[in-house]
Unconditional design. Sequence first.
Length: 199
Amino acid sequence: MKKLTVADIGSLDQYQQQRSAFRQAIIAHKRNRRIALGPNATLHFEDFMTMKYQVQEMMRAENLNSSEAIAQELAAYNPLIPDGSNLKCTFMLEYADENERRQALRELLAIEQTVSMQIEGHPAVFAITDEDLCRTTQEKTSAVHFMRFEFTSDMIAAAQNGAHWSVRCDHPAYRYCVDPIPDNVTRALCRDFGADKAR
């Protein structure tokens, strides 16, 4: 999958004019790229479009006008765009109550190491996490982790030919599984591999 360039982002003025329509499109796009894993964890799968939106929103929030400033944002966000053999996602732990959240992050230490995806007929693939920096301390995990799932060519072929997928978390304090992942999500994720042959 191609990476973002400064030309893809455009100017702040251009984005301001297109923002309303693009926000509607991105909401619909993200709906097919989200998996709720139990009541408090969500995987948000990233791609060219989600990262374009993220960079443009950063450009708007920070009033970025120079190509150099936008290029710095691209350097941070381009690594979250899939490379053809993998899927990349933002893993979020969300609790409405702040005290419950703090307690959960202590209890869920190293949860990011227990998340896996599986394509029918193949071994589970565990997430490679937080490659830019460590987000876990000895006392607690982070509410946000960045994950990469690497798949073999046989796994990708099976997925694109209609095999069903599952995702699970096997942390002792948080065991949940989605099996199968909904078809609308698997179709979207198969496009991250290239040719879309999903059912």
